[in-house]
Ligand binder design. Sequence first.
Ligand SMILES: [Zn+2]
Length: 402
Amino acid sequence: MKKYQIPLLKDHHLHPYMYAALKDCIDLRFVEKKEDALSILKNGKKDEINVVVGWNNSLYSFTDQEIDPLPPSFILNASLHSYTINKSAADLLRLKNKDIVDHLGDCEWAERNFSAVMKFAEMLNPCTSEKLKDYYNDLLKQGVWFAEEMLLIHEDEIDLFKEAGLIDRTRFWADINTYKTLSEDAQKCICGIKMFTDGAFGSKTANIKTPFLTGEEGIRVFSDDELRQKILEVAELEIAVAIHAIGDGAIEQVIGVLSNVKEEIISIPEIRMEHCQLITKRNAEEAKELGIILSMQPNFNVDSIYYRDRLTEHYILQNNPFRMLIDEVGFTPGKDLILGSDGMPYGVDDSLKCSLFPPYPSQQLTLDEYIAGYCMPDMEHGHIEVEIDEENQSITTEVIVK
Ligand SMILES: [Zn+2]
């Protein structure tokens, strides 16, 4: 057993506002049987919308016959990238936004309009500064001091962070449409533009070159030309950009388009690629060459187990290739390889265990690499006591706040 002290965490990819808003929703994250999920949904509020989170569609999916008799339910997949809605909820919600409700089942539309769907879900369960404080208290119990907000929902969010006294513990990213609606003052609070080029494994919408075992081919949010235009738009704003790309197809597209506009994008101060789980060595080398920062989540190492039902053996082994990125291509944790959780789940316990004892050796990070990529620069606000048991491949942690 070895003991260490590490700084509190700086989660480089989270959605604190969204998760705080959805915190008191019905949560199916730990509900493994469909019967149990259905009986939980049955006890939902009768005349109001029940927003339901955490549904894992690798365990079960719902038929209309099963969910239509239940109270109004709007069910979000654990990845937040796919949705199921029953008839009574659809009838009620159509009054608020017919367009979104009518398109929820269309995964391509939903990916293209991801920000709008998130705004819609938040509106049904509005966040408050109290909820935000509670959420950050939970984060801190799990060792997280700072959490980047990857998708600003609307201008009021910035005020709520200020009101909650949390403005120094985040950094805001916004999609370009939201950014353009912000006041000049609010725009100054935004560090960069977030854009999505594919979906997720959870919703089988990641853009992968070999189809999912279940037949889906994933989706491409933009054509190459559209993506080029979007990136040039960001270059004009002279602001950072964070590009969501999970599948090998999406990553290849992003790298290809960025290479083509190399000269025009020197005004972008920071280019991040989010997740990049199925990055190949070749694309990694090109990304390095382009100066791209990879923003990755060690907790997604377990997707190699979690999504065995849909990922080919090749992808299972290729997922989160940290050793290749660091040892063969030369990415440096903390510099051009940064770590976070995407909230699935957040905190030191899960991410550190996944880093030190991942499903595959190709995914392993050392404790020093984890600290460089995932921790605060110092122990000003506290630290985490870590005990590592190599033999049993387990860790215990204790968060000490100053
Ligand atoms: Zn995210």
